[in-house]
Design a protein around this ligand. Sequence first.
Ligand code: G6P
Length: 484
Amino acid sequence: SVDGTTRNETYDFVVVANRLPVDRVVNDAGESSWKRAPGGLVTALAPVMEAADGAWVGWHGAPDEEVEPFENNGISIVPVPLSESDVNLYYEGFSNSTLWPLYHDVIVAPRFHRAWWDRYKKINQRFADATAAVAAEGATVWVQDYQLQLVPKLLKDVRPDLKIGFFNHIPFPSVDLFAQLPWRKRVLEGLLGADLIGFQRPSDASNFLRAVRRILGFTVRGQQIHVQDAQGNPLRIARAEAHPISIDSASISRMAKDPKVQARAKEIRRGLGNPDVVVLGVDRLDYTKGIRHRLKAFGELIDDGRLEVGGAALVQVASPSRERVGEYMKLRDEIELTVGRINGEHDTVSHTAIRYLHHSYPFEEMVALYLAADVMLVTALRDGMNLVAKEYVAAHVDNKGALVLSEFAGAADQLKHAFQVNPHDIDDLKDTIVAAIALPEAEASRRMRIMRRQIATNDVARWSRKFLESLAKTDDELSLDARN
Ligand code: G6P
C-alpha cells in the first residue's frame, strides 16, 4: 500500500484506457458475465499482466452504471464509471468531435466547446485517481490514446514514484493544425507527464516534438524533451518515439489454416455467386476510412465497363461506430445512399455490385472474409495504423491476394509491397484496383510472402516489449540529467 488511502490491492503494472478489454455477454437466462474482448492490445498485454501482477483501468462501455472491480482471465479489471452526460461531453464531445477530427487532419471540422473541455479534464482526473489508487509504489503505468492525454501529468503530480508511458494510437497532427486547439498547452503538458510518449509513425513523433518546441518553448534534443515547471526550472527528461503497433499475427495465421475457416471462405464466395474477383473493405464506419472514395472508384469502374457485376463483387463491412455523433450519422446516410444508387443501377436479379454490411462480426468470420477476398481495399484518408491491412496479410497463408493500401495509413510504413495509393486521386485508385485484380499469381505470392514475414516478425507482442523496454530505460537517463 502506498499512502494509507488504499485498502485495495495494488499492482505493479497498470494499463489505463478509455475502454476495458472485456465485453459483457448475457446468456439466455438473462445473466451477464464478461469475456475478453477481441483485439491486439489485450492479447499483447495479457502475458505482461499475468507476469507482473497487472490491472486494467477503463470504462466498461455502458453509461450510468457502477461496476465493482473483478478479475477476468488473470487480469484485474478496474471499472471507471461514466454518466450519460460524461459520455456525451467527454466521449462523444471532446474525444470524438474535437480531438478525433483535429488529429485526423480536419477531414471534418473539429468543434471546440468549453463545456466539453471541462468534462474532458474532469474525466481524465477520474481515470488518474482510479489509477493512483491501484498502482503500487514504483509501478509502471501505461496510458492509452487520445481520450486520456491529461492522465500522465495528473498522475505524475501526485505519484512521482511511477514510471509512466503513453501511447497515441491515432495520428498526431502537424503543429499548424494542432495549434487550433484552444487548450493546446494543457494537452501537451498533460502528455509530458509521461516519461515516454509513443506514436505510430516517425512523422507523428516529430509533429509532437515540433509542437512542444513551438507551443511550450521547451528545449528538444533529438527525441528528448527538457520538461520545465511553471517557473521554467528543469524538471525531468521525457522522450517521444515511434513504436508502430501490430497484431497477433500467429493466432490469425493459425485461424486462417483452420479447415472450418477455409470452408467458410469458400462458402462466402459461393454466396456471392462465385464471382471471378472478390474485393473487400473492412472498417469501422468512420469518415477517416475513405469509404466514400472507395465506393466512388468501384462504381466508376463498373460505369466504365472495366469491371462487370457478376464478374466482380465488392464486399464492404462497415461496423457501427459512435452512432450518436452527428458526423457519423451523416456519413452513414451518404454511404447508404451511394451504395443504393450503385446497386440500383447495376445489380442484376442474381448478382450485386456491392454487398454492404452494417454489422460487426466475430473474428473468425473476419478471417474467412479476408481469405475469400482477392483484393483488399484500405483507402483511409488518415489512419494512425490500420490493423485491418495487417490482418489481411496475416490471414493470407495461401500467399494469394493483393492489398491496396493508402499511403496515409501508418501501416504503409511496414507494408511496402502493398499497392500504395493516394485515395484522393480517384483515377489512380481505379487504375490501382484494376492492377491489383490483374496481378499475376507469382508476383502476388512474392509480395504476400514478404509482407507476411514483416508482420510475423513485427507482431504486437514485440511492439509492447519494445515500448516497455524503452520506458524502463528512461530512469537511468533521468538520473544523468536535469533533475537537480
Ligand atoms: C480507434 C481508437 C481507439 C478506440 C477505437 C474504437 O482505434 O484509437 O481508442 O477505442 O477506435 O472506437 P470507440 O470510440 O468505439 O472506442
